[in-house]
Design a protein. Structure first.
Length: 163
């Protein structure tokens, strides 16, 4: 059995970041032009150029191809999100059978190492602030079609996001 679950709103505080060529951490947001200019982070979209002709998404894919090396301390997706249901599902089903629907990275396997990001599916959060506050709402569940093939995914998504 393969399980697909939407991401949780809270992420682990120890989540790592991809970094620019000069070592500045990158936080991925929906609207970098609206992000606060604090000098602490570079704000970018996952599909923007990372500065070397590759998108940040391509940089992350390449990073994931080196499983023995993780100098940026990125977390596997099931550990990035604070909801304990992710860990329980991985324990019961295995990482190869659990996928997470991530607003920032798309459909990813639970062991895909992922940087911290602040992008959401929630329409109530879009434009709420410069970073697009990451919140889980029932609106996300309502947008999943209730067809036979998707109904079980919608039920799992709604139940897990409510925990």
């Amino acid at each position: 059995m393969i399980v697909v679950i939407q991401r949780a709103s809270r992420k682990a505080r120890n989540a790592g970041h991809l970094v620019t060529a000069d070592g500045q951490p990158v936080t991925f947001v929906a609207h970098p032009e609206m992000a606060p200019k604090n000098g602490k982070y570079v704000y970018a979209r996952p599909d923007e150029d990372s500065g070397n002709g590759k998108s940040w998404r391509d940089v992350l894919l390449a990073y994931n191809r080196k499983p023995s090396s993780n100098p940026l301390a990125l977390l596997p997706a099931f550990q990035l999100y604070e909801n304990p249901v992710y860990e329980l599902l991985v324990q019961r089903l295995g990482v190869q059978n659990m996928y997470i629907l991530s607003a920032g990275w798309g459909l990813i396997r639970s062991d895909f190492v992922t940087p911290d990001y602040d992008i959401t599916f929630s329409p109530s959060a879009r434009g709420a602030d410069a970073k697009g506050t990451d919140t889980t709402t029932s609106a996300c569940c309502a947008r999943i079609p209730k067809t036979t093939s998707y109904s079980s995914v919608a039920r799992i998504t709604c139940r897990c996001s409510a925990l």
